[in-house]
Design a protein around this ligand. Structure first.
Ligand code: HEM
Length: 446
């Protein structure tokens, strides 16, 4: 009998280890483990009223997240139907369009959500910048500049996810857009050819490229995205919510900066006795300025996700995903354009290509690598060079940040302008044409 009890104890112990290896020694231990727990703390118990207002963040990050959810759901459905082989990819996409019930709709949703996600992640970044929301406020323990850098990686991951997906239909549009896009890598000095080789798995875009892009698109990049998003959200929670809050509220409370963030204690929902855990507080006089996150925050987030879903669904009824002829490496379209979100780079390459004393300087490196590289580095280090005071944290168009906001807006407008020119004003041989101007009767394919 004793043996039997011992056996059960061992099994339970093993099971516990397998499911929950952390063994709290005391009530305080248990409480602290929850405070420090990653998953249980995405949403705070209370949220600042101001940061919940529609007009402060426009919920652009939440919309971006909702679009990612749509992409995951529709993407998984498409994976059941798509075949990542050069011989069969195009036909499988054609079947999704014409044979599978509602296949065209799922594909349209996936494609439209991709384009919208690129747009909304950009808009979200613009709002964070213009609102000085990458800066730490008066509260303690904040690391908003780190979350900004995580955001920059999220932006790059979004672009790379969209780019790798672009090739999969294996039609002319996909093949040549990816050819133009990956050709830019060639212009990196010394290692350009090697970088392109690694990217496409050889010298030509073929089966190796397709399977490489497929695995990146369906597995590695979504996984990376999920990990980064989880950390991004957890960081917002740790930073005491959105930046709007602590600046405005702390100012109202006339807290001196030298006071730091202060401390507060939690009673932990009665899980442990007494007030057990002491953590750094990001805010003061919480009760006067906050409301319960459930239902106030959760309701809004739910509504935004639902509205995004409905918008993409309705949009997809009217905007089906395009599918051209099957890819043909021997027939180059004229003009051959990169995906629209890289057209500003293609345009930059054109502008920076010039001839001097009979020598042509290729803009591939300056426009395709150097300028975007400098912009990317500037984006990452900006929060550390922004010396404006904490009063400008989470304040839209703060006077102190006027100059840097203007520089940022000018750069954003330049990128948008170049994208529009590349999309609507470029014709055969990359000549400039007005959108309503007829293109000359040149061969449309080379
Ligand atoms: C997949 C991409 C992304 C998702 C899903 C996402 C999601 C979110 C969400 C839901 C919020 C809460 C506030 C809001 O809705 O605006 C937020 C805040 C924030 N995001 Fe993102 N984000 C993404 C990309 C980025 C990028 C590209 C940047 C900047 C380069 C960035 C920087 C920040 C910062 C600094 C905050 C805190 C802002 C504050 O305290 O007011 N995020 N993000």
């Amino acid at each position: 009998m004793a043996n039997e009890t011992e056996k059960t104890a061992v099994t339970t112990e093993n099971g516990r280890k397998f499911l929950w290896s952390f063994q709290p020694k005391s009530g305080k231990d248990a409480g602290e483990s929850i405070v420090r727990n990653f998953l249980l703390h995405w949403f705070p118990a209370k949220s600042a009223e101001r940061s919940l207002s529609w007009g402060y963040s426009f919920y652009l990050g939440t919309i971006t997240f909702a679009l990612f959810l749509i992409l995951v759901v529709t993407g998984v459905v498409l994976m059941f139907l798509y075949v990542p082989s050069v011989e069969r990819a195009y036909q499988s996409v054609k079947d999704i369009e014409n044979v599978v019930s509602f296949g065209w709709f799922i594909r349209a949703m996936h494609r439209n959500a991709t384009h919208l996600m690129v747009i909304f992640v950009f808009l979200h970044m613009v709002r964070v910048f213009l609102g000085g929301a990458y800066k730490n406020g008066l509260g303690g323990g904040q690391l908003r500049p780190i979350n900004w850098i995580i955001g920059v990686v999220l932006l790059l991951t979004t672009l790379f996810l969209a780019f790798t997906g672009y090739l999969l239909p294996w039609d002319q549009l996909a093949f040549w857009a990816v050819t133009v896009g990956t050709d830019i890598a060639r212009t990196i000095p010394l290692i350009g050819d090697e970088v392109r080789f690694i990217l496409i798995g050889g010298h030509e875009i073929d089966q190796n490229t397709l399977i490489r892009f497929y695995v990146l698109h369906c597995f590695f990049l979504p996984l990376l995205m999920v990990g980064l998003i989880v950390y991004h959200f957890w960081r917002i929670r740790k930073d005491g919510g959105l930046a709007s809050y602590d600046t405005i509220v702390n100012k109202q409370e006339k807290i001196k900066e030298s006071n730091g963030g202060g401390k507060k204690t939690y009673s932990l929902l009665g899980i442990t006795k007494g007030r057990t855990v002491e953590v750094e507080s990001t805010t003061r006089n919480e009760d006067a300025h906050t409301v319960n996150s459930i239902p106030h925050l959760i309701r809004r987030v739910g509504l935004v996700i639902l509205a995004t879903f409905v918008f993409v669904a309705v949009m997809s009824l009217f905007m089906p995903a395009p599918l051209e002829e099957a890819a043909n490496p021997d027939v180059t379209p004229n003009p051959a354009k990169a995906p629209w979100y890289f057209l500003w780079l293609q345009e930059l390459v054109t502008i920076t290509t010039f001839t001097l004393f009979g020598i042509t300087f290729d803009g591939g490196f300056i426009g395709g690598v150097l300028i975007p590289g400098v912009l990317l580095i500037a984006l990452c280090v900006w929060p550390f060079y922004d010396k404006s005071s904490k009063d400008a944290t989470g304040v839209w168009f703060a006077k102190e940040r006027l100059r840097q906001n203007l520089v940022f807006i000018v750069i954003c407008f330049a990128i948008i302008l170049l994208t529009i020119i590349g999309t609507y004003f470029r014709g055969p041989f990359w000549e400039f044409y007005l959108p309503w101007e007829a293109w000359p009767d040149l061969p449309r394919i080379l």
